[in-house]
Write a protein that binds this ligand. Sequence first.
Ligand SMILES: [Zn+2]
Length: 456
Amino acid sequence: MNEVKDAGLYPTGMSGRIEMRTPDEVSAMLALKSCGWGTKRIAAELGCSPNTVKRWIAEGGWRGMAPVTRRKSLDGLEDWIVERFRQHGGNADVVRQELAAEKDVVVSLRTVERAVAHRGILWRDTAIRGHRIRGTGILNNELYIGRLVWNRLRYIKDPETGRRVSRLNPKEEWITTEVPELRIIDETLWDEVKHRQGEIDADPRVQSIKATRFWEQRRQTHLLTGLLRCGCCGGGFAAVGRDYLACSAARKLGTCTQKRSYRRAELESLVLDLLRRRLMQPEAVAAFITAYGEEINAGRASQAADRARLEAEQATVMRRLDGLYDAIADGLRTPGLKEKLTSLEDRRAELDAALSAPAPSPVRLHPNLSEIYRRKVMALAETLADPEIRTTALDTIRGLINAITVHERSDGTTVELEGAITAMIELAQPEAGKSLDVCSVKVVAGAGFEPAAFRL
Ligand SMILES: [Zn+2]
């Protein structure tokens, strides 16, 4: 059910940036070149620039990206850090302070945690820091000072995402019970922590960030938000800085080895490109046209059956009316007869009206259905660039995809796409979507991306 496409983002050892192309495309370039095709003709056929073709041909074949090795500030200190973690009962912040004091290495709390995460110390920084007002996190747990607080938070379900989210209850609704026998932290230490938290809060940098009330702004939805999966650990991707995405477990916990980050725009264009190719595979077009035709035919068939039923009823009504007319002509007069006659004549008028509408015409699909489909699919990227329809287009395209899994291999990056054909049909033919709402055909994987898909 998946399609796999190899796509190196950038090849190694090349000066300047070269447009990302798949290994299949690069071998297609070389094959066409050896058939005597010119650079421009190859570029037009593959939908890329002549320069891209020229450079790939000069390269002589597809090459993946070399893994980046960077010197890390904690290199060689791992055992020392683990030892300190044991000493301080897993308190990463103390280890961080000692690193700065004794080893002159200043790093973030998260960096320290990451360095030892694979040794079984798996707390995220937020497990310690938590949220001061909400009373979450180790530093805010009032149970440690012998105070039990109930009803501080209530949980509601976000109708859009289906996620359970917490909301703070008004303070007067909290129920607090003193349980001094459970206290494990003395008041002085607790107060020091609260004082320190207050200082951090009062920091101008923190204040200026809070002043923006960033949490109230609706963040822009990106094409890939929530859809990316790590091919190594199966976990989700998270934003790293402004424009990059990476495996969240690898970055935050160090439990995954796929540490590489990907530029968002590059992954997006890779996915759009794959989607376009995937949807343009002959079997996908054929499946669309078949499904559309079948649905229309089914609709027509049920209309025809309705009509036949009405015609049969019309014949029966006529026959019974004829019998009644005969009886009246023969001099039969009863109160019940008059009533029966009126009701049958009313029904006959209804049936005549219903049957006077034209009979359904035989199925005629638009002769250019595959062409319309092709144009809509090819325009995916342009649609996304148009600010007027961006939101709608984004929803539609995201609807095509269930999950995108990113694998990092020695020969390059592989993106695996799972998508549903239902939304694809909706995209190509909005009115078809309505009649196909029960359609649940999944995109069936081909043997991968083949040159045939782009008319070679
Ligand atoms: Zn991972």
